[in-house]
Design a protein around this ligand. Structure first.
Ligand code: CAA
Length: 257
């Protein structure tokens, strides 16, 4: 049997996690969700990984939760599956995650992309939260991350109707970071990942932390998080190297320390 998740190292510092159930449009089974959470933990533990890329296949990033596993599920089954614990491991990743979305990102697939810090989408990619059309609702953070990304009016329109949002509109709404040609999605995600991986790693992680934690805090609390992280970076050798290299008019040699 083929692995439901493929792990690749396309360049130094980069780990690419590819959902690999293309025949089922990468629908998220429990096996695939567990594999994703485990792979994120491994990326976090690996000192050679600076940035994670999440990718799917040409037709679909992911078409949502696997409905075959849900059709006969009871509420008790859903409580016992506790999938929020698997999602939480992705959300807690301190390293930047880039979603490279080709094709459909529906339901849990859209929610998976929303767990990423940046989304690069192909021009024919489409995003939707179609759960309402099968009698449920987004259950992997969709209602909460969507409203934070695009605001109430658009989150309501998207989640209450299940409408497909094409990549150019998703860009306009602030749901995604960039739209490129379908063929350019993964090369662009890799180039972006490499650019970030070449930068001081502790600074990168502290910026992500301040943005993610600050987004749900009061301005005062968010500013305190930013200040603490900012001050901490003066304990890194990359801070001194970065500034000294600027003053010496030479390229910096960052070590990630
Ligand atoms: N679960 C299980 N299997 C799925 C699936 C899903 N979410 N989406 C697609 N598949 C399977 C299909 O059953 C089909 O398999 P078979 O060939 O064995 O029949 C295969 O993938 C190809 O799909 P289609 O033949 O339907 O392809 P299409 O191009 O005609 O349509 C589609 C594509 C519009 C995505 C359609 O498959 C579809 O509507 N899928 C369901 C999308 C959906 O409702 N997602 C939300 C799930 S709920 C959720 O995600 C909850 C949450 O918040 C975590």
């Amino acid at each position: 049997m083929e692995d439901v998740l493929l792990v690749d190292h396309p360049a130094p510092g980069i780990r690419l996690l590819r959902l690999n159930r293309p025949k089922a449009l990468n629908a998220l089974t429990m096996e695939l969700r567990r594999a994703l959470a485990d792979a994120i933990d491994q990326a976090v533990d690996d000192p050679d990984t600076a940035v994670v890329i999440l990718a799917g296949s040409a037709k679909a990033f992911a078409a949502g939760a696997d409905l075959k596993e849900l059709v006969d599920a009871s509420a008790v089954d859903m409580v016992q599956r506790a999938t929020h614990r698997l999602w939480a491991r992705i959300a807690a990743c301190p390293k930047p995650i880039i979603a490279a979305v080709r094709g459909l990102a529906l339901g849990g697939g859209c929610e998976l992309a929303l767990h990423a810090d940046m989304i690069i989408a192909g021009s024919s990619a489409e995003f939707a939260q179609p759960e309402v059309r099968v009698g449920i609702m987004p259950g992997a953070g969709g209602t909460q991350r969507l409203v934070r990304a695009v605001g109430k009016a658009q989150a309501m329109r998207i989640a209450l109707t299940g409408v497909r949002v094409a990549a150019p509109e998703a860009l306009m709404l602030g749901l995604i970071s960039e739209v490129v040609d379908d063929d350019a999605v993964e090369p662009r995600a890799l180039a972006l990942a490499q650019e970030i991986a070449s930068l001081p790693r502790i600074a990168v992680q502290k910026i992500k932390e301040a943005i993610v934690l600050g987004a749900d805090a009061s301005l005062e609390a968010g500013l305190a998080i930013e200040r603490a992280n900012f001050q901490l970076l003066f304990a890194t050798s990359d801070q001194h190297e970065g500034m000294q290299a600027f003053l010496d008019k030479r390229p910096a040699r960052f070590t990630g320390a």
